[in-house]
Design a protein. Structure first.
Length: 338
């Protein structure tokens, strides 16, 4: 049996997402963290920057995974919350001289509120209609940021330049490496929070709503509250990712947060595996590195090459990296028994 046939045979059903978020083993997690900590010592600044962006996009995809994989609500509007978080950090840093560390919780709180409020009218929508509503939000956000009313803060179409922070306490480390370690620390903290959230009473309520909204309501779960809460938490994490993205890129502009970013984040969730939190970072790696690979193969037909590569991934592993992980665990189990 070929590898592709084995993957197809063992493909888990989408409905069979485990009640608890599927996570990596402790040993695997520690090994990955050790590699991530050591990477800056052996790579150039550009690679460090790419890895920083991988972690940032991974957070945004993870936030979408909580919303879709956790509560079953589809969203194509994550780029809007990413933009709000990015502009919040940029404005606080450049116009009010707020420390970059303090801007992140502010960005998260503002985006949590925006997501919660957006979730209220979205309660009447579900499925494709909810996706279209969030699509409209993502489409409108770049234009809203260009309005003359907000221009004194946002810089209008010209955007804002963000100063990259130095390492604190006189540490002998470059700006890129420091920002990478800072982003890694924030990512680990949010990842642990997300796992605990999905394993908590609220997380079980999310997944009950995802599996059967009517049954969840009959069990006494406040469906309206938890659906809007899922939107708020997802938006809040996305806002923190947006703030980190603004600091890493050192620039914010309306056209940086178009619907293309929202689609890329949704694509990253699908490739990583809906409902599998570690897959969020696999999906982030896909949307960062695969377009570059496609351009190296053919600069004139990079879009077509990317489309073919994406089609192959979806065809061979329709449930994303989660499916590969399940098959890998089964193969390792068979080898141990033999």
């Amino acid at each position: 049996m070929s590898a592709a046939e084995d993957l197809a045979t063992h493909a888990p059903a989408v409905e069979a997402v485990p009640k608890r978020a599927m996570t990596l083993s402790a040993g695997t997690t520690i090994a990955i963290l050790a590699v991530l900590v050591l990477v800056p010592a052996f790579t150039k600044n550009f690679v460090i920057f790419q890895l920083t962006m991988l972690l940032i996009y991974g957070l945004a995809v993870l936030a979408l995974n909580i919303l879709t994989g956790g509560s079953g609500q589809f969203s194509l509007g994550q780029s809007a919350f990413y933009a709000i978080g990015a502009y919040t950090s940029a404005i606080l840093m450049e116009q009010y001289n707020v420390n970059y560390v303090l801007t992140l919780p502010v960005a998260g709180i503002i985006c949590f509120g925006a997501g919660f409020l957006f979730g209220l009218p979205a309660l009447r929508l579900s499925g494709v209609y909810l996706a279209l509503a969030t699509f409209a939000l993502a489409t409108a956000m770049p234009q809203l940021l260009k309005l003359g009313f907000f221009e004194p803060w946002t810089g209008g179409v010209q955007g804002l330049v963000v100063t990259k922070p130095d390492a604190p306490f006189g540490l002998p480390i470059g700006q890129d490496a420091w920002l990478y370690y800072f982003t890694l620390a924030v990512t680990v903290a949010i990842y642990i929070f997300s796992i605990n959230l999905l394993r908590s009473r609220s997380g079980r309520a999310f997944m009950a709503i995802r599996d059967n909204e009517i049954a969840a309501s009959a069990m006494g779960i406040d469906v309206s509250l938890y659906k809007t809460l899922a939107f708020g938490v997802s938006a809040g994490i996305t806002g923190v990712a947006g703030g980190l993205g603004a600091i890493a890129v050192q620039f914010v502009a309306p056209d940086s947060y178009t619907i293309q970013l929202a689609i890329s984040l949704f694509l990253g969730m699908v490739v990583g595996g809906v409902g599998w939190l570690p897959g969020s970072f696999v999906g982030a790696a896909f949307i960062i590195f695969v377009p570059n690979m496609a351009e190296n193969i053919s600069k004139g037909l990079s879009g077509a090459v990317f489309g073919v590569l994406l089609f192959l991934v979806i065809f061979l592993v329709p449930h994303g990296a989660r499916q590969i992980a399940i098959v890998g665990q089964r193969l390792i189990g068979k080898l141990k028994k033999s």
